[in-house]
Design a protein around this ligand. Structure first.
Ligand code: SAH
Length: 258
């Protein structure tokens, strides 16, 4: 892969990875495919002797990636600066059942090629993007899946669950085929850029707080309302100046309501 593509390959986020060996193999896959930015969210075993366990399968190039990895305590923290986060899942049925109905994940699970296309488009706009992987035993939890922009599934012809690092390798390879991230276009004007996932979360939290103060949504329905609002906002591809507008409205409500 060319250096240029390597610079803009998606970031890799591993959520609660259990085995240091898998983290090491994932880092090696990243080194193979020219990806550099690794984030570990609450790894079960990390640092000290565990870094040594990860280093062996990582190879020296992967070890550089491991040493530079960012450690976060929550997925929300890892996603905050990003514009696009593609969650990966081995399971389709459980996920769909948890969020069933029209507009649920059922309609939005991407193939690896579609995911690579989304990442390529983000790269061309200089928008920070990541692939998000779940723990080896349970995969991503539903609320973590909800935080991602889209879901990706690698179709299999038998056992649906791939080894974590193999899933990383396969999706990064798919990205390399589409030349993901060879940014050639000018970045958009700052106030017209799409919102980050952190800004989206801030806005939803503010809306939720003000709607609760207005007694506009029953407490037990709040999660459903917020999920629907998030889907609505995502369909609108909210821009930064629109985010400022809605945050301004929330501020007005906060100050003017008793
Ligand atoms: N038992 C878990 C499997 C976890 S495998 C489950 O049923 O979800 C660990 C991680 O590797 C997954 O969370 C996902 O990020 C990735 N992965 C494994 N197989 C995959 C597949 N077929 N498609 C997409 N991602 C996959």
């Amino acid at each position: 892969m060319s250096e240029q593509a390597a610079n803009t390959a998606p970031a890799i986020i591993l959520v609660r990875p259990r085995l240091p060996e898998n983290i090491g193999m994932a880092a090696r896959a990243m080194a193979n495919m020219g990806a550099r930015a690794l984030t570990l969210v609450s790894p079960l075993r990390w640092g000290g002797p565990y870094l040594e366990k990860a280093a062996a399968p990582a190879t020296p190039k992967g070890l550089e990636i491991l040493r530079a990895a960012t450690i976060c305590s929550s997925l929300a923290e890892a996603l905050a600066p990003l514009h696009l986060a593609l969650g990966t899942t081995a399971r389709l049925s459980g996920v769909a059942a948890g969020h069933g109905g029209d507009g649920g994940w059922r309609n939005r699970v991407l193939t690896p090629a579609e995911a690579a296309g989304e990442l390529y488009a983000a790269g061309r706009q200089n928008l920070a993007a990541a692939l998000v992987f779940g723990p080896e035993d349970t995969g991503l939890e539903n609320d973590e899946i909800e935080q991602c922009s889209h879901l990706v599934n690698i179709p299999t012809f038998g056992l649906s669950s791939l080894n974590l690092a193999q899933a990383v390798l396969l999706l990064l390879y798919e990205c390399s085929k589409s030349g993901a991230g060879n940014a050639e276009e000018m970045p958009e004007r700052q106030n017209r850029r799409p919102v980050t996932l952190g800004e989206e979360r801030l806005l939803l939290d503010s809306l939720r707080a003000e709607l609760a103060r207005l007694d506009a949504i029953p407490a037990d329905r709040a999660p459903w309302y917020m999920r629907s609002l998030r889907r609505f906002l995502r369909r609108r591809e909210l821009r930064r100046h629109e985010f400022d507008l809605l945050m301004g409205l929330c501020r007005q409500l906060r100050h003017k309501l008793p």
